[in-house]
Design a protein around this ligand. Structure first.
Ligand code: ATP
Ligand code: ATP
Ligand code: CA
Length: 219
């Protein structure tokens, strides 16, 4: 299989982290920034790093940006540059474009001009951390959609010694336990006969309201 080729435009904290992680995972990454210092910083990390202004269509053309599988626009504060860059990438026919949005208006415009995927790292991380802080039982939280999540919940005494069948979790709460972490073991796709112990970490998938109900009634 051909290695996937990525281009990351904007090497701030977010773009820099994306670039570093893709590179660590062995991906081909072209790192782009107007700031020469940033480019120098990533020269030894990315496959290639260039100083360029992404709002200049000819510059993007000459970099062959159209041939990349996935381009990430990580320009934050300069919303105008972010939007213009996205528009040019779209017009050049880039296959997949992910853009970091700074606020809701920015996001709206990006959607309109056809960004494939919009991320909002500050807002999303804030929500995630807040959700983790509210509940003592919830260890981690992954939002699947506006209304669905995967959540790690610690089992308490009320669940202790009962099987999934006895607790009848899916039937009663509409949620599924996809895995159970116990000490250093992980039981993936547990059977109905699996018994839960206090302290087990339950990895639960479902609608947020169903997960909340399970959490408040049972855990
Ligand atoms: P973060 O929060 O991820 O650190 P940020 O949201 O504060 O970043 P900026 O610092 O404004 O975003 O931008 C990220 C990077 O994008 C900067 O290094 C900046 O030099 C670069 N950048 C801004 N405009 C352009 C452009 N037109 N072309 C290429 N790079 C650009
Ligand atoms: P269902 O009627 O929900 O389709 P089933 O016929 O597949 O269940 P079992 O797999 O034997 O039957 O499970 C019986 C009951 O045990 C389920 O209805 C559910 O309430 C509970 N259960 C089993 N496995 C899980 C799981 N992984 N997560 C949550 N509940 C489970
Ligand atoms: Ca910022």
């Amino acid at each position: 299989m051909k290695k996937k080729e990525f281009a990351v435009i904007g090497l701030g904290r977010f773009g820099g982290s994306v670039c570093r992680t893709l590179s660590e995972q062995g991906m081909e990454v072209l790192a782009i920034d107007v700031d020469e210092e940033k480019v120098n910083e990533y020269a030894s990390i990315a496959s290639q790093a260039v100083v360029a202004d992404s709002t200049d269509e000819n510059v993007l053309k000459s970099l062959g940006i159209r041939n990349f599988d996935h381009v990430i626009v990580a320009i934050g504060d300069n919303i105008q540059a972010s939007i213009l860059t996205t528009l040019i990438l779209k017009e050049l026919g880039v296959e997949k474009i992910t853009v970091k949005a700074t606020n809701d208006y920015h996001e709206k415009v990006l959607k309109k001009i056809g960004a494939d995927h919009i991320v909002h790292p500050e807002r999303d991380m804030g929500e995630r951390i807040a959700n983790n802080m509210i509940s003592n039982n919830v260890l981690d939280y992954l939002e699947l959609s506006d209304r669905h999540s995967i959540v790690e919940i610690v089992a308490n005494e009320r669940l202790h010694g009962h099987s999934l069948l006895e607790l009848d979790i899916r039937a009663k709460y509409g949620i599924n336990i996809v895995a159970i972490k116990r000490n250093n073991d992980i039981i993936v796709s547990p059977l109905a006969s699996e018994v839960i112990y206090a302290g087990d970490i339950l990895i639960v998938i479902g609608a947020d309201q169903d997960i909340d109900r399970f959490e408040s009634e049972v855990v």
